[in-house]
Design a protein around this ligand. Structure first.
Ligand code: ADP
Ligand code: MG
Length: 690
């Protein structure tokens, strides 16, 4: 059997693996023998040597050997079986809360025992709970210790460590030079795939445990490289597939565009001009644009998206602009209406809350093409919505829409053509993340803020000094300034958050009776929200108590003070978004992070970063370091960036090389591409879901 290709060999071909076990293994995404080999340990135990009982330390994983000195029940809160084991250096207690009669009888008979397990401090001194054990007969040489470190695997219900180790041992026995296809060119410095796999399942007793624990051993790095390569290939292949479709060439005349630019109260920044140009060139091509537009909070992405929209409209095609939340969508609608309706452009509006007659009217405007631009939430992409020659989709992402959601939009084109796509991110994404999670998109970056912005000074203050902060608000408002007071909650409940904001508003009202105070949260009706926002914009409200709904979109230049309660509950990106609401005017701006002590170490580290920098890209990098990619992208559940071995933070430095390897491979050996993706992604391949 040594020459079989293991990726085709089902696990059921191994001894002791029937359909029952195979089903359980499938839960660990293990189907083939190859999958089993790629099911790598999360850590290791050293069972290569025996520790004298007298030298045991609590919280260590050890092997001990000794003679049974008694076995009895202990009646504490739970009945347990305890068994004393002694060697010439000391004595220790084994404790079992579950045991069979046979087990008890065997232990009671006495004899010499070898035990594996974790030592802890218990009621009788040092104890081992439920150790694995074996009886040693007269001749211990017949029962040698492990020669290599013992792997600890991720397990699932019904597949325990023992079981996995036995079948993985079998899989390793099948591993020969030819049985796992080597997809990478042999690099002299790196171990071969087979060697790396074998090493990681059974490292020699003297393997560097610290390197293995940090994932930096060459064997791990070899696999991490290949894993990231597989993800990269999956996204690049997806992009290739989409690029092969045709898209409408959006070459309209730019009279309206010039008119629009003329009407703006400001000139575009250089960065805005540059990225607008990049987008323009893409839109003129007959293959679909897939472009990510990045820029810090307040860098002016909306204008850029409006320019793209105008180019599309000018060539007789329709635009859809989708935002992740109602509030953000509304903000876009306000901007687009203000900017584009004077130019004779009709805008349709569709969210889940638009119902009945109003909904029919909006759907009709979209379907007939009377509306050249449709703005809304996910509701825009439900099946009933029929577009009229859709040429461009603009997606404003708060958290990342999954690759799959982006794909669903593709199908909204006509005549075999698919629309161009422009994806805007609400906050900057670290470069490594952008290179991996967004590898299917080209990237444009607005790296310049409009002139006249002053950096926001941020202070971190304990809630115990709340009254001083209230005084500060009083003084600022007395001088004609406006301020935000942001309430946060741990639970993601709109209702609770709204109640908390109401309570805070009441309390502030008592403390600051002279101030006109407004309240805004997600439970208010759109009309109420709009009324409050326009009163704040007009300066009729001086202090706006808000939930995090104002994180996105709100733009009031005269507001130059923001207090954020319990900022330690929020991620850095979200704090940065919130803070971006101030510092938009000429006056110096302040942000007060009003935390509830005690702060955890991580919490105070995060707040310190907010104090130190206003640069969204830097903050995003730190956020990635502190919280990991899933949290930063908001895709923890979707699994889009689920990596088994690689770690973007640790291994991101390999990405440029991975990218070029991926491009070469796609061009030269497409057959390998499928195999390598299957090996690492299996059914989670993006392309297979196209
Ligand atoms: P974001 O990139 O965060 O979406 P916006 O598009 O909301 O930023 O722009 C923030 C504010 O800056 C808006 O009030 C917008 O009108 C203004 N703005 C955009 N571009 C410029 C510019 N070139 N000069 C001055 N102000 C601008
Ligand atoms: Mg925006």
């Amino acid at each position: 059997m040594s020459e079989v290709v293991l990726d085709q060999l089902p696990v059921t071909r191994l001894k002791g693996v029937g359909t029952q076990l195979a089903m359980k293994l499938a839960r660990l995404r293990i189907h083939s023998v190859q999958d089993l080999l790629f099911h790598l340990p999360i850590r290791y135990l050293d069972r290569t040597r025996i520790t004298p009982i007298g030298a045991l330390q609590p919280n260590s994983d050890v092997v001990i050997e000794g003679d049974i000195r008694g076995c009895d029940f202990a009646f504490g809160r739970r009945r347990s079986l305890i068994c004393r084991v002694q060697d010439h250096t000391g004595i220790i207690t084994l404790r079992f809360f579950h045991f069979s009669t046979a087990q008890r009888q065997n232990l009671a008979r006495g004899g010499k025992l070898r035990c594996f397990g974790e030592v802890r401090a218990g009621s009788t001194g040092l104890e081992m709970y439920h150790p694995e054990y074996q009886f040693l007969d007269e001749n211990p040489a017949k029962q040698p210790l492990q020669q290599h470190l013992t792997a600890v695997y991720p397990v699932a219900e019904g597949v325990n460590q023992q079981r996995l180790r036995t079948i993985i041992d079998q899989a390793l026995a099948l591993l020969s030079d030819r049985s796992l296809t080597e997809f990478l060119e042999q690099d002299n410095a790196a171990p071969s795939l087979g060697d790396a796999i074998k090493f990681l399942h059974q490292p020699p007793a003297d393997a560097p445990l610290d390197l293995l624990a940090s994932g930096e051993h060459p064997a791990q790095q070899r696999l991490a490289f290949e894993e990231m390569l597989a993800h990269q290939l999956s996204l690049l292949r997806l992009r290739q597939a989409i690029r092969q479709h045709r898209a409408p060439e959006l070459k309209g005349d730019d009279t309206v565009l010039l008119e629009f630019l003329e009407s703006l109260p400001f000139p575009l920044t250089n960065a805005q001009q540059r990225v607008s140009q990049e987008i323009k060139q893409d839109l003129e091509k007959p293959s679909p644009m897939l472009r990510l537009l990045q820029g810090d909070v307040g860098s002016g992405k909306t204008v850029v998206s409006a320019i793209a929209a105008l180019q599309c409209v000018a060539s007789g095609r329709q635009v859809a602009l989708m935002a992740p939340t109602e509030i953000l969508a509304e903000q876009h609608r306000n901007n687009f209406t203000r900017w584009l309706e004077p130019l004779g452009i009709q805008i349709a509006w569709l969210t889940g809350k638009v119902k009945g007659k109003a909904r029919e009217r909006q759907l009709a405007m979209i379907g007939t093409g009377d509306a050249q631009i449709a703005i809304g939430t996910h509701a825009l992409f439900q099946d009933q919505v029929q577009f009229h020659g859709l040429g461009l989709i603009i997606i404003d992402e708060q958290h990342r829409f999954g690759v799959h959601q982006r794909l669903a939009l593709r199908n909204k084109g006509q005549h075999g053509q698919i629309p161009h796509q422009l994806v805007m991110t609400a906050t900057p994404i670290p470069r490594t993340l952008a290179m991996s999670a967004y590898a299917d998109l080209d990237c444009s970056i607005i790296d310049e803020l409009p002139p006249g912005r002053s950096p926001v000074s941020t202070v971190v203050i304990s809630n115990q000094r709340r009254l001083e902060v209230v005084e500060r608000v009083r003084n600022a408002c007395a001088q004609g300034c406006q301020a935000y007071w942001v309430c946060t909650l741990i639970e993601e409940s709109e209702l609770l958050e709204a109640e908390a904001a109401e309570a805070t508003a009441d309390a502030l009202h008592l403390l600051l009776p002279e101030l006109p105070i407004g309240l805004i949260h997600g439970r208010l009706k759109p009309a109420e929200k709009a009324a409050t926002m326009s009163a704040f914009k007009a300066g009729e409200i001086q202090l706006l108590v808000a939930t995090t709904v104002i994180e996105v979109g709100v733009d009031v230049p005269n507001a130059n003070l923001m207090v954020i309660e319990n900022p330690e509950r929020l991620g850095l990106a979200q704090l940065h978004q919130l803070r971006g609401r101030v510092g938009r005017g000429q006056a110096e701006s302040y942000c007060v992070l009003l935390y509830s002590p005690p702060l955890s170490a991580a919490g105070s580290q995060r707040l310190a970063i907010m104090r130190q920098t206003n640069d969204g890209f830097q903050i995003a990098e730190k956020d990635l370091q502190l919280r990991g990619p899933g949290e930063v992208l908001g895709t923890r559940q979707t699994g889009d960036v689920m990596l088994r071995i690689a770690d973007l933070q640790r291994d991101g430095h390999m990405l440029p090389k991975i990218r070029s390897t991926a491009e070469k491979m796609l061009a030269k050996s497409p057959d390998r591409v499928s195999a390598i993706i299957r090996r690492w992604l299996g059914e989670t391949d993006h392309f297979s879901q196209v």
